[in-house]
Design a protein around this ligand. Structure first.
Ligand code: FES
Length: 160
């Protein structure tokens, strides 16, 4: 098996983050957040490395990664669209936005298009309930979202 440049840099990034948190109690979550912030996702190789470094089982690390919906196990697309499905947004049409996103991108919630253009995710409250339904596009929260407007956002994302 050959080792790619990406593997080396990914492992180096993870090692640096672990070293920065060495000796801290309860450091698994902060480390996972730091890895996701640095790499955009928590790669599979991080699971074994963190288990070894923190003296916990791989199942423990995997359990935390899979419990928190914010952690990704694969790189996100160039555009990340997060549709709020909490109460206020749900009451004002979030389901129609989910359907629109699925129809336009061909992917379900939590998936990325094969061309790497778009990731569609669900989120539970973006703190923008007064302007529901809300969607976050690459970190920018957009309120009073309609299916037509979301389709325009996705058209641009898919073609970029
Ligand atoms: S419920 Fe959607 S932003 Fe709060």
């Amino acid at each position: 098996m050959t080792t790619s440049v990406r593997d080396v840099t990914t492992e180096a990034a993870i090692n640096a983050i672990v070293a920065a948190h060495r000796g801290q109690r309860g450091s698994l979550l902060p480390i996972l957040h730091a890895i996701q912030a640095e790499l955009g996702y928590v790669p599979q190789e991080a699971i074994a490395l963190l288990a070894h470094e923190l003296n916990v089982s791989r199942a423990d690390v995997h359990g935390v990664v899979s419990f928190y919906h914010d952690f990704r196990s694969e790189p996100a697309g160039r555009t990340t669209v997060r549709i709020c499905r909490a109460e206020a947004c749900q009451a004002l049409g979030a389901d129609a936005l989910v359907t629109c996103a699925r129809d336009r991108t061909g992917v379900s919630l939590g998936e990325t298009r094969a061309d790497g253009s778009v990731t569609v995710e669900q989120v539970f409250c973006l703190g923008n309930c007064a302007l529901a339904p809300s969607v976050e596009v690459n970190g920018e929260v957009l309120g009073r979202m309609s299916a037509d407007r979301l389709r325009s956002v996705l058209d641009e994302a898919v073609s970029s």
